[in-house]
Each structure stands twice: as structure tokens, then as C-alpha cells.
Ligand binder design. Structure first.
Ligand code: NAD
Length: 354
């Protein structure tokens, strides 16, 4: 076995149906007395449930979390936390709301208790992103890692099927790239393969039967593993492409990951045989690129960049931006090949077999 470094991230996970009821205990464990609850406008009702659970430990609700964490939002929420004397943030929602908690923690050091309600995985990583003057800056900082994460599968039952499906494939993307990461190690590899297996098996059940609690639980477990992979090892071409497309063309995050992933896998297929074997095994023997494409098709998600708002005349720019700075990828990167990949993703073509 090759030598490796594995660093465990210091966080606590409480998992299970009804786990949200253990929130007061988690807040108390941190020695906190006053919590600012973060959510989007859309999830205000969930945040109110949280304040009821917290009782006198609830300081207030900030309900203006937004995609990509605009710096003005982070400043406003941080100011509200200061004014109310909050000593902890409880973030209930997807990657956008947890991202807001991270932006607050970055400068105030307020600890975060995260209650994820999608499969995006941000709660498991020390990665933050803040948007200023339309530019999203990302970084890694141990201060933004939530101290406690409560996974309650029941909370995902209100996710519209399309968000459940694309957010689940967004999680699979973290696991796929962890398998061919330069710092992949036996632990992350184990988590990544299990994540792809559990998500690919549970998402179709979850999308068809929104009340299938076992499927919700399995999917959330898979998303946790995927998030842990994202937090532990570096990503490659697929995440770079999505970062570029999201930042430049403001495409919806999870849908974009879903559309691009089969094509990123096809691009790396010949250069990362061991990773591909694991992906294929996790998908029950399918070709890795076609297997993910077919999973998305079965889930009824968008399959082309065209459908999700990508302008065709932006493909050249995207290929240029995605190849400007060198970064690790199993298959060497050049502009013409990336343009071809993006064109396939734009058209929504099913990747050819190996
Ligand atoms: P999101 O947080 O933007 O949520 C999408 C919408 O779904 C929102 O309106 C939200 O209120 C709603 N929603 C969430 N959960 C719901 C539920 N259970 N029921 C009903 N509605 C619900 O989407 P996301 O895909 O979770 O997160 C995407 C963002 O997270 C991106 O900005 C991405 O960059 C970031 N992200 C960061 C990391 C990281 O490690 N830093 C990892 C993954 C994603």
C-alpha cells in the first residue's frame, strides 16, 4: 500500500430520524447560551421550529441566506449576531445557508451547529465561499468547520424531487473526484465508493416515493460520506469546470454538477482505471460515465447545459477560463479537449462507452 496522510476533522455527527430534537443538547455541549438561527426565506418555517426547540437559547432568526453567500448578506448576519449577543450559529438548510454560517465564523469565530437539509455536503468541509463584486472567492479555514452536524433524514422529505436528485448527484461528484484525487487514501476511497453505491441506489427510490424514510436515510448517509471526502482531499477537473461555469454564467449549482459529471468522468476514464473500476462497481457494473448519465436520466434531471441557461457562445470562454491555470487532473488538460467536453455537456449527449 502506498504511504498516505489522513487527517480526521474534529466534528461531531448526530444522525437519525428525529435527530433534530437533540439540538438543545448539542448547543449546550458547546457551552453556548444564545443561538442565531440561519435559513433562507423559503425555509423560515424550519427555522421557527428550531427556535421553538431552543427555547430561551434562541436569540433570533436571520432568514436571508442566499446562493453564493454575497458579502453584504454575511456582514448583515454577522452584525445581527453581534447585536443580539449570539454565541453560536445554527444553520438549517442547504449549502447556501451553511455557507452563510461559515462566512460569519470566518471573522467572528462563532461556532456552527449545522442541520443540513440537502445532500450538498458543505457541513463536512472547512471550505468557504464569499461573493464580492460578482467574484466568488473560496478558501479553506479550520474556523469555518461546523463543530456539530445534525443529520435528520426526515428534514429532506420537503425537498422538491428535482433538488433532491441534483443535490444527490452533486454529492456523487465529490465522491467520484475523491477516488482519483492526488491525495486519495484508503479511508477516503472506502468512503467514496460506499457513497456512490448508497446514493445511486437510494436516489431513484427517494425521488419516486417521497415518503420512503429508509431511502432518505441512506441518501443522507451517502451525502455525509461524500462531503467528508470533499473536506479531506483535493478535487480535479469536474469541480474546476463547475466553479468556472457557476462563477461566469451563474448556472444553478446542483443542476450544473449533474449535467457535467458524466462528461468529466468520460474525460478521465482512460487515465484513472482504478477509480473507474470502483465507480463501475458502485453502480452495479455499468460503465462509469454512462452509468451516471443514465442515473440522472432516470431521475428526470436536466441533461444538458443548454437546458439550464448556458449560452452557446460562452463555451469557448468557459474552455479558456478552465484551462488558464494548471491544476491536477488524471488526464492532461488542453483547451480543445475541454471545449469538446463542454460541447457534449451543452448538447446533453450520452457519453460513448469505453
Ligand atoms: P441551496 O442551499 O442553495 O438550496 C437550494 C434551495 O432549496 C433553497 O431555496 C433552499 O432554501 C431550498 N431547500 C433546501 N433544503 C430544503 C428542504 N429540505 N426542503 C425544501 N427546500 C429546501 O442548495 P445546495 O445545493 O444545498 O447548496 C449549493 C451551494 O452550496 C452552492 O453555493 C455551493 O457552492 C455550496 N457548496 C459548498 C460546499 C463547501 O464545501 N463549501 C459544498 C457543497 C456545496
Amino acid at each position: 500500500m502506498k504511504s498516505f496522510v489522513y487527517q480526521n476533522l474534529p466534528m461531531r455527527v448526530v444522525f437519525g430520524d428525529g435527530a433534530i430534537s437533540r439540538l438543545p443538547e448539542e448547543v449546550q455541549r458547546l457551552g453556548a447560551r444564545s443561538a442565531l438561527v440561519l435559513c433562507t426565506e423559503h425555509q423560515r418555517a424550519s427555522a421557527e421550529r428550531v427556535t421553538t426547540l431552543l427555547g430561551e437559547r434562541a436569540a433570533g432568526i436571520y432568514d436571508r441566506a442566499q446562493m453564493h453567500v454575497p458579502i453584504e448578506t454575511a456582514q448583515e448576519a454577522r452584525e445581527m449576531a453581534r447585536r443580539l449577543g449570539a454565541d453560536v450559529c445554527v444553520a438549517i438548510g442547504g449549502g447556501s445557508t451553511i455557507g452563510l454560517g461559515k462566512a460569519i465564523a470566518l471573522t467572528s469565530e462563532l461556532p456552527i451547529v449545522a442541520i443540513p437539509t440537502t445532500f450538498a455536503g458543505s457541513e463536512m468541509t472547512p471550505i468557504y465561499g464569499i461573493t464580492e463584486n460578482r467574484l466568488k472567492k473560496t478558501g479553506r479555514d479550520a474556523r469555518v468547520l461546523p463543530q456539530s452536524v445534525i443529520y435528520d433524514p426526515a428534514l429532506t422529505s420537503t425537498l422538491p424531487p428535482q433538488i433532491a436528485a441534483t443535490s444527490g448527484i452533486n454529492a456523487i461528484a465529490h465522491a467520484v473526484e475523491a477516488l482519483y484525487s492526488p491525495d486519495a487514501n484508503p479511508i477516503t476511497t472506502l468512503m467514496a465508493e460506499e457513497s456512490i453505491r448508497t446514493l445511486s441506489q437510494s436516489l431513484p427510490r427517494l425521488v419516486q416515493h417521497r415518503d420512503d424514510t429508509e431511502a432518505a436515510s441512506t441518501a443522507l448517509y451517502g451525502a455525509w460520506l461524500a462531503g467528508a471526502c470533499l473536506g479531506a482531499v483535493g478535487m480535479a477537473l469536474h469541480h474546476k469546470l463547475c466553479h468556472t461555469l457557476g462563477g461566469t454564467f451563474n448556472l444553478p449549482h446542483a443542476e450544473m454538477h449533474t449535467v457535467v459529471l458524466p462528461h468529466s468522468i468520460a474525460y478521465n476514464r482512460a487515465a484513472a482505471p482504478e477509480a473507474m473500476e470502483r465507480i463501475s462497481r458502485a453502480l452495479g457494473g455499468a460503465d462509469p460515465a454512462q452509468g451516471i448519465y443514465d442515473l440522472a436520466a432516470n431521475l428526470g434531471t436536466p441533461l444538458s447545459l443548454r437546458e439550464i441557461g448556458m449560452p452557446e457562445d460562452g463555451l469557448e470562454t468557459a474552455a479558456q477560463l478552465a484551462t488558464e491555470n494548471p491544476y491536477y487532473n488524471p488526464q492532461p488538460i488542453d483547451r480543445a479537449s475541454i471545449l469538446e467536453l463542454l460541447t457534449h455537456a451543452y448538447q446533453g449527449k450520452r457519453p460513448s462507452s469505453r
